[in-house]
Design a protein around this ligand. Structure first.
Ligand code: ATP
Ligand code: MG
Length: 518
């Protein structure tokens, strides 16, 4: 695009959303790059001085100009249906800022009664909201990426609020830093707090806490205190800790040997050794050093107060997962708070144990539904949110652990992931290319930028847009739930947002209510 001489050049930014009006189509495009041009190299050799305004003005008419590179992402025919771009507009077609009607047409309108669309922010320098298609979002696993402090957690909370309000999926959130439930700190001069999801939707969200004392200190009572039995830890759960614990593959073989002999009690039996480790290794036919390493590394589990031994009273083993499933069946969302247990070790272990078991339940539910084909048996869509996702989905872990399985099976069993991560290059590339919708904030590392763009057709153009994002509250949205890639200024998480999330009673609901009474 050639920019007219009287345009305010500095108002044009990369990532800006424009429409090129051709004869039969409108081409919706993003600015990917801007540059200054001259018609003859002599102008650069002998530029006009500050005083030579007449010369400057004359040159500006034709010989000095600026151009913007536009990448058409979508075209709209006369029938207003969006199509992939397969042609180009003619020479000298005019370019405009996309208007409000265009944006609503492309990205959907939040006011639509299907409650499919959720306002997530506005295109750069515009005030019309861009909507995320929540139904499409829940059809795949999704990712939110960006370096630290770019607003990933805020945006995740925003999207989760949309899913909760519009009831498009049930969420299980592994909340490592206690930022989703009650309240979260907002950086800035005033150090204020923002409301969490439990505070916004008290009847739709429950908190399971590993550290109830910490939850209470923050002014809320956990709905459930989370305790697990040693028997709930399977060898697969330890597999995902391989990197974290720096364990050798032979240690896992040893673990499998213990489990083959002692089944569910394998961990308790192992941890009860000590002096007798050598004989124990002999007894099960494992390498003594592997058993010793395994024992040493796993001994720290005994210091975690939320693991209860089976022998210690009337503790019912599967109760926590049963409780979770009851909530999920009712459409109630679960936040798992870790309180002061913020080590990756605990986070990985707990997230694996719980997810593996919920997933197993979902397989049963899905099979039941496939058998009966009754609408009431259809499981509710479930979305599991994890932070620091590269720890779960690095190439090594992704092959073996439950999170890799879920990401790869593409919600065959109604379960998908929402992964939040600052190091996407650490995630297995096959998994990244399976991700449906990506929300990408600023990333500085080239490897990370390359990783988020794997499997995307316009990668080179989007790369230049990614490189110029602001360091906060600006993201590139692309993928399954978006009609076209777009850069947005994210929606502010503030009083206005809380109000929008408030459960407003509709006239129809009041009518139904009155009918019910009489
Ligand atoms: N949508 C938003 N509305 C209001 N404030 C926001 C928004 N997004 C980001 N912020 C501000 O940016 C700060 C950092 O955001 P956030 O904690 O979400 O970053 P992050 O990417 O999750 O960082 P980390 O990787 O360290 O967890 C917030 O404390 C808040 O002040
Ligand atoms: Mg965060």
């Amino acid at each position: 695009m050639r920019i007219t001489p009287n345009a305010h050049l500095e108002d044009l930014k990369t990532g800006k959303f424009l429409s090129i009006v051709g004869n039969n189509y409108k081409f919706f495009s993003l600015i990917t790059d801007l540059s200054l041009e001259v018609s003859h190299p002599d102008i650069l050799l002998f530029p006009p001085s500050q005083e030579e305004t007449l010369l400057t003005n004359a040159l500006k008419q034709k010989d000095m100009y600026a151009t913007a590179n536009l990448k058409p992402m979508l075209m709209l025919g006369k029938d207003n249906t969006p199509k992939p771009v397969k042609t180009i507009p003619p020479h000298f077609a005019s370019v405009y800022e996309a208007d409000n009607k265009d944006i609503a047409l492309i990205f959907g309108d939040e006011k639509e009664p299907t409650k499919k669309f959720f306002n997530i922010g506005c295109p750069l320098d515009m005030t019309t909201p861009v909507c995320l298609n929540l139904e499409k979002l829940t059809e795949r696993s999704n990712g939110i990426f960006g370096k630290t402090g770019t607003g990933k957690t805020f945006l995740t909370r925003l999207i989760l609020a949309g899913l909760i309000k519009n009831e498009k999926a049930v969420n299980v959130i592994f909340d490592m830093h206690s930022e989703y439930g009650l309240q979260a700190r907002k950086e800035g001069k005033d150090q204020s707090f923002v409301k969490g999801l439990k505070t916004l939707f008290p009847s739709k969200v429950v908190i399971f806490s590993l550290d109830p004392a910490s939850t209470r200190r923050r002014g809320g009572n956990p709905d459930v205190e989370l305790t697990l039995s040693y028997q709930s830890i399977h060898v697969e759960d330890i597999l995902s800790l391989q990197q974290e614990l720096n364990l050798h593959a032979t240690a896992f073989e040893a673990a499998h040997l213990v489990a083959a002999r002692y089944k569910k009690d394998w961990l308790q039996v192992l941890l009860a050794q000590g002096e007798t480790l050598k004989e124990f290794a002999q007894e099960i036919g494992a390498h003594p050093e592997s058993i010793a390493a395994l024992y040493r590394k796993l001994k720290r589990i005994e210091r975690l107060p939320f693991f209860k031994s089976h022998a210690g009273g009337a503790y019912k083993q599967s109760s926590v997962i049963e409780q979770m499933m009851e909530y999920i069946d009712k459409g109630i969302h679960i936040i798992i708070e870790f309180g002061n247990f913020t080590s990756s070790f605990v986070y990985l272990l707990i997230a694996n144990i719980i997810t593996r078991r919920i997933h197993a339940q979902y397989i049963q539910k899905t099979e039941k539904f496939l058998g009966s084909q009754q609408k009431q048996d259809e499981p509710k869509k479930l979305m599991i949110t994890i932070e620091e996702a590269h720890k779960f989905l690095n190439p090594q872990a992704a092959r073996q652990t439950i999170f890799g399985i879920i990401a790869r099976e593409m919600r065959k069993y109604y379960v998908s992931l929402l992964i939040v991560d600052q190091r996407p290059s650490g995630i297995d590339s096959e998994i990244i290319s399976q991700i449906g919708t990506k929300v990408v904030a600023q990333l500085n590392d080239d490897k990370d930028i390359q990783a988020v763009l794997t499997g995307i057709s316009n990668a080179t153009n989007l790369r230049s847009i990614l490189a110029t994002l602001d360091s906060k509250k600006q993201v590139l949205l692309l993928g399954h739930a978006m009609t076209m890639p777009v850069v947005i200024q994210t929606r502010e998480y503030d009083e206005k947002f809380y109000k929008a999330m408030g459960t407003q009673v509709t006239a129809k609901q009041i009518d139904e209510f009155i009918e019910e009474i009489f």
